[in-house]
Design a protein around this ligand. Structure first.
Ligand code: TRP
Ligand code: ZN
Length: 909
């Protein structure tokens, strides 16, 4: 923790490094209390750079020795203007020289989980973004790449497994019960991809042969008791390897590829070269302990980290402003992979719906709040604060739009060119976009690349308005598109974005109509096409449509072809038509959600009772979807789920209505109860019609059946509880007790808890007793209680009281990030009505826990702080109370740099 405020680092201030470090030798004598790190750096000044001091950055290191070419050298340890600790050598030797640095560390005291730390009795590292400087003085920036040779020494009994990047070169016994392993990674890499592990672990192993015939060893390393939970991770890894080779021609370039699970981890996982380190949540799964959602999470995170091997590691980022170069592209790739794994067109559409839902839930609010920033940010104080939904998920949408604009084959050609040009380099987002454009010279992307690249530069979600006119006699339909952006921090004005709009047109019977633009040949007009909007306003006139009084109904932004907020101006009847007939499953879902959202918002805005029922027309349309056996169960479950309170809050904010989270909750809960009651017999039928067939299988089809059955059970319990009928809650309780697998058990437990059924308490106790030794299951147990809907009426507030009590539960700890997130993030992010209370008790709890977390893990604290990002959209009394809590948090004497940036932004005018 430093005094004052960290300075702003600007993208435009980038200068290439004056020194290079082509080779690094590291020797670790590992000990939890005092680890000694000896580094031998081969350093040379860049031919183009003037003679200048060498400045190596370090953090919290105790320096023992510095030698240049084996000789003592004059150096000082200093703070630069911004307060960063540096080892400065004013006059380094000319030419290539070896700098030897010896430092000491205390891994067991490292509670930030950045650099070298201990967890569960082992040693682990996390170096992205700026953790390597906590291991040794270095040019800790991604455009400095080195070949690493790493020697690990440790007590053999306590740390029998010694791992680092690359290939194992040698192993031997040492005196005093210690042993040694030497690893060599032939691929030059930036320091953020360095990793080591020393622990008592076992591995699931798999040997594979690539298409080209090369042999590889795959390993998933876990604690001895967890070996039976590694099958899905290994399968996912093998599928990822096959996919990347088939789809992008990108092979595994290492003899050995390792995944290691660790239970204390700040994020999801880390793509260290050849030695991926994972939050155990994204490795460990057995049918008995993991739900379908966990299985999906493992599949996509394993794929994500594996795909980084090319998009991130082989071609890396020039500087951290380019983070989306690797993250946006790699998320795009893992989403494509998950779609391909899903199989059927319907299952693919379900994936897309889930991705869009996640984007709207996390990224749209970010883009409308104080943390709004471009996909390629212009300035930051703490880079860890910019591992955001914008850089990841919006970044992936930007890549996806390029893919849409140049087509599948064109995109592949662009990727090929990207690797041909930049393999082994540290490059920028511009370099990526240029490669995709250059490989597709005739495309809109190539012709208007600068306009397209505004997606990288401008923050905020574009607003797109679509209106149309119908010439009944001529059979001509004209679409008018207008777009604009709202001001965001540091960007008062926005220029128009270039975006692909995928659309279709339906007639009154729901039949697809041909799309022939004025002036085009009528022959072979398609029923779906992609328009490109590249200006603030544009008109498109379609002709050759059947004349008559009924205007066609547009289906706009199919597949969510651009990340915009669309106002399509359609009325309920038109949306009902799309819900019934749109050939694009995403749009069918979207139409249903829009109908629901419109009705819910009208009830939130009105002064009358929150319990005004949903319209009969809408309920019938939803019932029809629920009954339609032609639709996949997964799709039906999504279509029958109400928009979340967070999404409703965002929509209210977008129209300027002050947000009363209690009212939103009351409106949504009563709609949920209405759907539960009015569709009760359909829910029962859906439940009975979707039993699990055979044993547990984590494929899209089986998961969809379980999703629908679980939703149905939740609705049945909700309705039964209100009616005082014990049958469904009894069945759910039975399932908690002896369900065949975790998806079934946890689905039943959730149904009871979400219904506030009397049996929820006993079921929670029983569940805890069954799984007390399974940390990841206990995380779920906390999470479920923290996200449970507050009861309406006299019992309101009981969920919050429960969470407060659970903070004192013997199993609860802030020190483990998964556990802290399970209780506190679920309350503050996913349970608005429990968190935003008129008595401000939620904000008080937030402030207390924030201070506690910040004292030992600032990165986690900075993430937790973001629960208050959007305090400005709140109605009174919430708004003033939230502001006060933020001001109190900012006024504390000790605030980390990470947290300071978030609080300052939230409080800035
Ligand atoms: N690069 C990692 C990923 O996208 C995420 C990451 C960044 C990370 N910083 C981290 C993980 C710090 C753990 C800790 O997969
Ligand atoms: Zn990533």
């Amino acid at each position: 923790m430093r005094e004052g405020t960290a300075p702003l680092i600007r993208r435009e201030a980038y200068t290439p490094p004056a020194y290079r470090i082509p080779a690094v030798e590291l020797v670790f004598d590992l000990d939890p209390a005092r680890t000694v790190v000896l580094s031998r750096l081969s350093i040379e000044r860049d031919a183009a750079a003037a003679a200048q001091p060498l400045r190596l950055v370090g953090e919290g290191l105790s320096l023992a020795r510095v030698l240049a070419n084996g000789q003592s050298v004059s150096f000082r340890v200093d703070k630069d203007e911004s307060g960063r600790e540096e080892l400065v050598i004013e006059q380094p030797p000319e030419g290539r020289f070896v700098l030897e640095i010896k430092v000491g560390l205390a891994p067991e005291k490292n509670t930030e989980l950045l650099g070298l730390y201990t967890s569960g009795g082992g040693f682990f590292t996390q170096c992205e973004a700026e953790g390597f400087r906590r291991i040794s003085y270095f040019l800790d920036r991604p455009d400095v790449m080195s070949v690493y040779t790493v020697t690990l020494r440790a007590d053999k009994a306590r740390y029998p497994v010694l791992l680092a990047n690359g290939n194992l070169q040698s192993q031997r016994e040492l005196d005093g019960g210690r042993h040694e392993a030497v690893w060599h990674d032939p691929h030059p890499k930036p320091s953020y991809l360095f990793a080591l592990v020393a622990a008592d672990l076992v591995a699931r192993e798999q040997r594979i042969r690539s298409r080209a015939g090369s042999e590889h060893l795959l390993q998933v390393w876990v604690r001895a008791g967890d070996l039976d939970k590694t099958e899905h991770a290994m399968r996912s890894l093998m599928a990822s390897i096959v996919w990347d080779e088939a789809r992008f021609g990108l092979p595994l370039d290492l003899e050995r590829f390792m995944i290691v699970a660790v239970s204390d981890f700040n994020m999801g996982a880390m793509e260290n070269k050849g030695l991926n380190i994972f939050n155990s949540k994204f490795v460990l799964a057995s049918p008995a302990t993991a739900t379908d959602i966990d299985y999906d999470g493992i599949e996509s995170v394993v794929a994500h980290e594996y795909f980084h091997n090319w998009t991130g590691n082989r071609v890396t980022c020039r500087d951290w402003f380019q983070l989306s170069l690797k993250e946006g592209l790699t998320v795009f790739r893992d989403q494509q992979f998950s779609m391909d794994m899903a199989g059927s067109p319907s299952a693919r559409a379900v994936r897309r719906i889930e991705d869009v839902r996640a984007l709207r839930q996390a990224q749209f609010p970010e883009d409308a709040g104080p943390m709004a920033h471009p996909v390629r940010p212009d300035a930051y104080q703490a880079i860890d604060n910019f591992y955001t939904a914008t850089v990841y998920e919006k970044g992936a949408e930007v890549v996806r739009m390029m893919h849409t604009l140049v087509g599948e084959a064109g995109f592949r050609a662009g990727m090929d060119l990207y690797f041909q040009r930049h393999d082994g380099q540290a490059v920028t987002c511009d370099d990526f976009a240029q490669a995709i454009a250059d490989a597709n010279p005739g495309s809109v992307l190539a012709k208007q690349l600068d306009t397209f690249k505004r997606w990288y530069a401008q923050a905020g979600t574009p607003r797109l308005e679509a209106r149309s006119t119908w010439e009944a006699e001529a059979g001509a339909w004209t679409l008018t598109l207008r777009q604009h952006g709202l001001p965001s921090p540091g960007q008062p004005e926005k220029q128009p974005w270039l975006l692909p709009l995928r659309l279709g047109l339906l007639d009154a019977a729901g039949q697809a109509l041909p799309l022939q633009l004025d002036g085009e040949d009528p022959a072979g007009a398609p029923t779906e096409r992609v328009l490109v909007l590249d200006d603030a306003e544009a008109h498109f006139r379609f002709v050759g449509l059947p004349a008559g009084p009924a205007a066609p109904v547009p289906s706009l932004l199919r597949g969510f072809s651009a990340p915009v907020l669309l106002d399509d101006g359609l009325d309920a009847a038109q949306r009902l038509l799309l819900l019934r007939h749109d050939p694009d499953a995403f749009k069918r879902w979207e139409a249903g959600q829009q109908l629901l959202q419109a009705e819910l918002m009208a009830r939130v805005r009105a002064d009358g009772p929150a319990a005004t029922p949903l319209s009969a027309g809408l309920v019938q349309a939803l019932a029809a979807v629920l009954r339609d056996a032609g639709l996949s169960p997964a799709f039906r479950a999504l279509a029958l789920s109400l928009p979340s309170e967070g999404l409703l809050a965002d929509a209210l904010a977008a129209e300027g209505t002050p947000l009363d989270p209690q009212r939103v909750h009351a409106v949504r809960e009563s709609a949920r109860q209405q759907l539960a009651a009015e569709l009760a017999s359909d829910w029962a039928e859906a439940f009975e019609a979707h039993p699990d067939r055979g044993g547990y299988r984590p494929d899209a089809e089986s998961m969809g059946r379980r999703a629908l059955a679980n939703l149905a059970l939740a609705m049945l319990c909700l309705d039964a509880t209100r009616r005082g009928d014990p049958v469904w809650p009894g069945r759910a309780y039975q399932r908690v007790k002896d369900g065949k697998h975790m998806s079934e058990r946890f689905g039943a437990l959730s149904a009871l808890v979400h219904a506030q059924a009397e049996l929820a308490g006993p079921a929670l106790e029983r569940f805890h007793a069954l799984f007390r030794d399974e940390a990841l299951v206990i995380d779920k147990w906390f999470a479920l209680q923290a996200a449970a809907p507050e009861p309406l009426g006299a019992q309101a507030g009981s969920v919050f009281q429960r969470v407060r009590a659970l903070c004192l539960h013997p199993d609860f700890t802030l020190k483990n990030p998964n556990r802290a997130r399970s209780l506190l993030f679920n309350l503050t992010v996913h349970n608005p009505a429990a968190f935003h209370r008129a008595d401000a008790a939620g904000y008080v709890l937030w402030g207390e826990k924030l201070a506690e977390i910040d004292a030992f893990n600032p990165k986690l604290a900075a993430r937790f702080a973001r629960a208050m990002d959007r305090w400005r959209i709140l109605a009174e009394p919430y708004r003033s109370a939230a502001l006060e809590a933020l001001q109190r948090a900012a006024a504390r004497s000790e605030v980390s740099d990470d947290l300071r940036e978030i609080l300052d932004r939230a409080l800035a005018d």
